[in-house]
Design a protein around this ligand. Structure first.
Ligand code: AMP
Length: 631
């Protein structure tokens, strides 16, 4: 094994040769003539002149060696279904879905929005889009009409694929009414809505627009839809994520770079081999679902488990029973889920044969030491923290176990991953912090490696102005996370630099929640902050200035308004964005220039010193919040 330092150095200093080698992990119709075109920074084109297809790499190319091996393992503890699709069956289903999309008028480069629960048809839909070069945009099923509408508006899909309902903890969650409302709110209207009827909820039918999946599928049981060979830079999908300002950004990913990045990560980071089983417990609505439920494992020729249900139903052993049953070798989850399991009977961890499992990877939010220790002792397997973002699509920081035998360190997601030129930047001067143990903004010097976002969908200017800063002659991408690096090159992530909060591994913009709350007729102004929470990592806490101040002395009226506001957020954004509490004040703490002191509010809520408050206009405003929190 060459040393990891050398592997990493080569990925940057001998970049083209390094990535040309990694590119051999995927099939190409035509080989690239140029590995990396960075002539217009920060925009980068990987594998110029190459053409490939994600679905071919994930499905078709495995038919030769493993047609009858498991590819997609769908398990629902909500509807008590369990079905294993071999590569051959997956290939057939994906072609049926592609044929139906073609019948509905979808062509290469059209957008298809997927708003679905965790069912096999969602995977068929993503792969069918990839097969024909349509650009999918999966929207997490937990998002409500307002969030969905803004994504429909931005992605302007020709077709939306959805279902009658999802189910959570045994409770049916109807999707169709939320979707109908979102389409009503959006100025863009899809030509068709393709619906999977699971028999869970009745659907209001919009004649002409709504189409049922199963009868259309039956028409195309044997239709052959070949893979469309796509330029490496052809967009494969957009995935919306929150930032500080404005509407969510559509992170746009390419085809060739993404295929190579995922294939390489399966080899060097996750160490998953063809014929084995991968189990990522995320949802297809998030980036982990894209990269490590669908594309990554399948590209590697692994079976992938798609699980609909809670980690504790029917009991806290359900995931481990799946590890035993399907001989999972690589598992991927989030710290929040492990904290939920930690409350269950520890015997459940010992009840199953977990000998197949080589490692559990955790990402999405900081991994606290007690959680890491509990699960590592319980499983007796390495726990590998890894840090990345929707924008990058695969890890920035990790211990790349396939090429690095360095130990993990508690509290650190590891070292800079090959391909990433990670820097720490001084927030005030913009200069690089080269020494050990200095706190700065975690940044990546351009070009971003293959697989990362190409741009923000439809808005190149926003891509440049949001993420990129210049140090003379160089362009630096900001992750918007604080971090430090120790003497051994291990990074520690210290939280976001912007107004993004992380609730149970879900990334939310506090400004979006504020906008929703401010729409209530009795709210004059509102500040939402993220507050540390033992289980969820963070929760949203709202402080609203009411228009009718008589309410402040009426406890029943306050409770009623709090309930109304929570319902409003549920309806606009989804329950995952609902604040834990909404408290009412007469004024918000602000600087003399009118900037809301969100960080001071957050500090007070967490019982910390709010720091320098000399610029504060009215100290009584913060005192009101202190009193509320103390009371
Ligand atoms: P998302 O785009 O939803 O994947 O969220 C990305 C953000 O989650 C990052 O910018 C970090 O703030 C946080 N995050 C992801 N992984 C980790 C990790 N391993 N440790 C700490 N924070 C993380």
């Amino acid at each position: 094994m060459t040393s990891y330092a050398e592997f990493h150095r080569r990925s940057l200093e001998d970049r083209d040769a390094f990535w040309a080698e990694q590119a051999q992990l995927v099939d190409w119709k035509t080989q690239a003539t140029q590995i990396c075109d960075y002539s217009k920074p920060p925009f980068v084109n990987w594998f110029v002149g190459g053409s490939t297809n994600l679905c071919h790499n994930a499905v078709d190319r495995h038919l030769k060696d493993r047609a009858d091996q498991a590819a997609l393992i769908f398990v629902s503890t909500e509807t008590h279904q369990e079905r294993v699709y071999s590569f051959r069956e997956l290939h057939a289903e994906v072609q049926r879905m592609a044929a139906v999309l073609i019948e509905l008028g979808v062509k290469k480069s059209d957008r298809v929005l997927i708003y679905m629960p965790m069912i096999a048809e969602a995977a068929f839909a993503m792969l069918a889009c990839a097969r024909m070069g349509a650009i999918h945009s999966v929207v997490f099923g937990g998002f409500a009409s307002g969030s969905l509408a803004s994504r429909i508006e931005d992605a302007s899909p020709k077709v939306i694929i959805s279902a009658d309902a999802g189910s959570r903890g045994g409770k049916v969650v109807a999707y169709k009414p939320l979707l109908d409302e979102a389409i009503r709110l959006s100025s863009h209207k899809p030509d068709s809505v393709l619906l999977v009827d699971r028999g869970l909820a009745t659907m209001n039918w919009v004649a002409g627009r709504d189409k049922l999946w199963e009868p259309l599928r039956q028409k195309h049981l044997d239709t052959v839809v070949p893979c469309e060979w796509l330029d490496a830079s052809h967009p494969s999908y957009t995935l919306y994520t929150s930032g500080t300002t404005g509407k969510p950004k559509g992170v746009q990913r390419d085809t060739g770079g993404y295929a190579v990045a995922l294939a390489a990560s399966m080899k060097h980071i996750y160490c998953g081999n063809a014929g084995e089983t991968y189990f990522a417990t995320s949802d297809i609505g998030w980036v982990v679902g894209h990269s490590y439920i669908i594309y990554g494992p399948l590209i590697a020729g692994m079976a992938t488990i798609m699980y609909e249900g809670l980690p504790i139903r029917p009991n806290g052993g359900i995931w481990w029973s799946l590890v035993e049953k399907y001989k999972v070798t690589v598992m991927f989850s989030a710290p929040t889920a492990i904290r939920v399991l930690k409350k269950q009977d520890p015997v459940l961890l010992k009840k199953y044969d977990l000998s197949s499992l080589r490692a559990l990877f955790l990402a999405g939010e900081p991994l606290d030491q007690p959680t890491a220790q509990w699960i590592s002792e319980g499983l007796g397997r390495p726990i590998v923290d890894n840090y990345w973002q929707t924008e990058t699509g695969w890890p920035i920081l990790a211990i790349s176990k396939g090429v690095d035998d360095a130990p993990t360190k508690f509290g650190s997601p590891g070292k800079a991953v090959y391909g990433y030129d990670v820097k720490l930047i001084d927030e005030n001067t913009g200069a690089e912090l080269k020494g050990a143990n200095q706190k700065g903004v975690v940044a990546i010097e351009g070009p971003l490696p293959p697989g990362c976002l190409q741009t923000v969908w439809g808005d190149n200017d926003r891509f440049v102005s949001t993420y990129w800063n210049t140090i003379p002659g160089r362009m630096i991408y900001s992750t918007f996370d604080w971090g430090i690096r120790d003497e051994d090159g291990y990074y520690f992530i210290l939280g976001r630099t912007d107004d993004v909060i992380n609730v149970a591994g879900h990334r939310l913009g506090t400004r979006e929640i504020e906008e929703s709350i401010a729409g209530h007729p009795n709210v004059a102004e509102v500040a939402v902050v993220g507050v540390a929470d033992q289980l969820k990592g963070q929760v949203a806490m709202a402080f609203a200035v009411v228009k009718d101040t008589r309410l402040l002395t009426d406890e029943a009226a306050k409770l009623k308004l709090e309930g109304e506001i929570m319902k409003r957020v549920d309806g606009d954004l989804g329950a995952l964005a609902r604040p834990a509490r909404v408290r009412f004040v007469t004024v918000l703490p602000k600087t003399r220039s009118g900037k809301c002191l969100r960080r001071a509010i957050q500090a007070v809520c967490e019982g910390r010193d709010p720091g320098d408050l000399t610029t504060m206009e009215d100290p009584a405003a913060l005192q009101q919040i202190k009193d509320l929190v103390a009371g």
